[in-house]
Ligand binder design. Structure first.
Ligand SMILES: [Mg+2]
Length: 230
């Protein structure tokens, strides 16, 4: 049976160092108010919700209407690209991520895409910087909806359009690093594998009863076997 694997990015495929620098800079440039992403827990959240949490923590009200989000995404992409070029921010693939994506792309039984809380432009900057973009189809992003559980269905539809084949939710597996990834999978009737490479250790992730839990993605054949057997 064919499977569509929908990968989360941060903490699952990549790790960013000093991502707060371009994020905070884009906040100030767009909204004219200093805010700090380090004052909130961003893991598993979408970029617009992260911004709202930051300003809520600082007791500041923002409008955050659609044009402003577009402006923020554009500015964030520029700030991120500049920071990566300058080397002040780094984005690296997590152990095994590149090998796994390469193996899946060469296996006719799998499709690979993303479901992420990043705005689309930022997702591509991160994936390109980590050398992972070539293996993944266009998925679903915070640009599609700030509500993460809305995103898996968007990614599934885009994959169907791209491949010309139908795929059911039961054939889709979300691979993520937070309980929010699991919640998005369950809302959409999809399977979920959680990995302990983000903020949450495996012991804590197991309490949420995902379909499978792995310490990381480093053992390519074990991961593929896990994905096949779900
Ligand atoms: Mg994540």
């Amino acid at each position: 049976m064919e499977r569509l694997i929908l990968f989360d990015i941060d903490g699952t495929l990549t790790r960013t160092q000093n991502g707060y620098l371009p994020f905070n800079q884009a906040l100030f440039t767009t909204f004219g108010i200093p805010g700090d992403i380090r004052t909130v827990v961003p893991d598993g959240n979408t970029d617009p919700r992260i911004v709202q949490d930051i300003f809520l923590a600082a007791n500041v009200r923002i409008e955050g209407d659609p044009p402003q989000w577009e402006e923020f995404a554009k500015t964030l992409k520029q700030c991120y690209s500049d920071a990566v070029k300058a080397g002040t921010t780094t984005v690296r693939p997590l152990p095994g991520a590149a090998e796994l994506l390469r193996a899946l792309s060469q296996n006719g039984g799998f499709g690979g895409s993303v479901v992420t809380g990043n705005f689309e432009q930022i997702a591509w900057v991160k994936l390109k910087t980590a050398g992972l973009d070539r293996y993944l189809c266009r998925g679903a992003y915070a640009s599609d909806s700030p509500h993460r559980p809305d995103l898996p269905a968007v990614a599934r539809r885009r994959w169907e359009d791209f491949s010309g084949r139908a795929i059911s939710p039961e054939q889709c597996v979300i691979v993520g690093d937070t309980p929010k990834d699991l919640e998005a999978a369950r809302t959409n009737g999809m399977k979920c594998v959680l990995v302990g490479t983000g903020r949450y250790p495996v012991e804590e992730l197991l309490l949420h009863s995902p379909d499978a839990c792995l310490p990381d993605l480093s053992d390519t054949s074990e991961v593929i076997q896990t994905l096949k057997c779900l």
